[in-house]
Write a protein that binds this ligand. Structure first.
Ligand code: PLP
Length: 337
């Protein structure tokens, strides 16, 4: 199929592990009606703790190298997992990285700009540049300026948009995730009817939708918005899903019904946990010792928990929590715990 013919680097250990979560399942569904599993993309790579961006960047870095680029330029918040991953894949590929780190989260807890992800980027020798721009998932002026600066100095920049999402190759990593998942399901003798995934810049979610629609097995992909700007995220998810699908197979149509974004769990603001986030993080940690973060995965975990409790993920379901990473930010949020 077309996907296999698109060049990619190899940054992952292999298929990310799939794990049954017995204690969380029992806690939420005491009579065993709902089984909760996780696919651990937080453990997918040896490059600076891995995570969803490393999977997406396999495709973008192959493109950057093919085009003779020497510097990846990207953007995120101060505690961006994405910019840490960009710096990691650049380093491991012999490229340079310039990352613009903006004030996406209007808080300043102790060491917020010194520990966690940004510490890792500095440790890897990344060129980290802080500014005061607020959160949004679109293209930013400061990255355009950084691209120009690299060019003026004689380098060849490769621009990676926020989250490696709004890019022609951005949806491929998580389309491939579904191919990988299908092979694992075959070996396990199980089918995950529902996938739960955190969605902000949208290409993780979009890639899963493309994979699921292409399979045609009636798998439901539920995105949990953590951007607190769900209209922007929903539009971006739909756009990336459709452009990725048409690149892979011009006949593959993504119906509106396949694009589901639940807006109940973002707590009103990007990057700050609220009570349901904290409760979800504690529950996952205190049952199956599965660690989530306060910006992304804690919010998608809150969504999963609520859906099992309210019965919208019903009896007989095998639900797969798509764990996208994010734990390195935890240290910057110690004051919430
Ligand atoms: N989870 C983590 C840990 C992330 O770093 C991100 C990045 O934005 C997301 C979820 C959301 O993924 P996406 O930006 O592809 O929507």
């Amino acid at each position: 199929q077309k996907l296999r013919s698109i060049p990619k680097e190899s940054f992952l250990f292999g298929p990310s592990p799939i794990q049954f979560l017995p204690r969380l399942s029992k806690e939420l569904s005491p009579n065993g009606d709902v089984k909760i599993w996780a696919k651990r993309d937080d453990c997918n790579s040896g490059l600076a703790y891995g995570g969803n961006k490393v999977r997406k960047l396999e495709y973008l870095v192959a493109d950057a190298i093919a085009k003779g680029c020497d510097t990846l330029v990207s953007v995120g918040g101060v505690q961006s997992n994405h910019t840490r991953a960009v710096t990691a894949v650049a380093t491991a590929s012999g490229l340079k990285a310039v990352t613009v780190q903006e004030k996406w989260v209007p808080i300043d807890p102790p060491l917020y700009d010194k520990t966690g992800n940004i510490l890792l980027s500095r440790l890897m020798g990344g060129d980290v540049r802080l500014n005061n721009e607020p959160f949004h998932i679109g293209h930013k002026t400061a990255t355009a300026q950084a691209v120009e600066e690299v060019t003026n100095k004689g380098g060849k920049p490769y621009y990676v948009p926020a989250g490696a999402s709004d890019h022609e190759l951005g949806g491929l990593g998580f389309t491939n995730f579904v191919v990988e998942l299908a092979a694992q399901e075959k070996a396990l003798g199980i089918f995950f009817d529902t996938l739960i995934v955190c969605s902000v810049t949208g290409s993780s979610h979009a890639g899963l939708i493309v994979g699921a629609v292409a399979e045609g097995k009636n798998r439901k992909v539920i995105g949990i918005d953590a951007s607190a700007k769900p209209a922007d995220t929903l539009a971006q998810v739909a756009r990336i899903a459709r452009s990725t699908a048409s690149m892979l197979d011009p006949k593959l149509e993504i119906p509106d019904s396949a694009v589901i974004l639940d807006e109940r769990f973002h707590e009103g603001i990007y990057g700050i946990p609220g009570p349901s986030t904290i409760e979800a993080m504690e529950l996952a940690a205190r049952t199956d010792a599965m660690i989530t973060d306060p910006v992304y995965e804690g919010k998608s975990m809150a969504g999963l928990i609520a859906m099992v409790r309210e019965g919208s993920i019903g009896a007989g379901s095998n639900v797969l929590y798509v764990h996208l990473g994010g734990q390195p930010a935890l240290a910057a949020y110690s004051s919430y715990f």
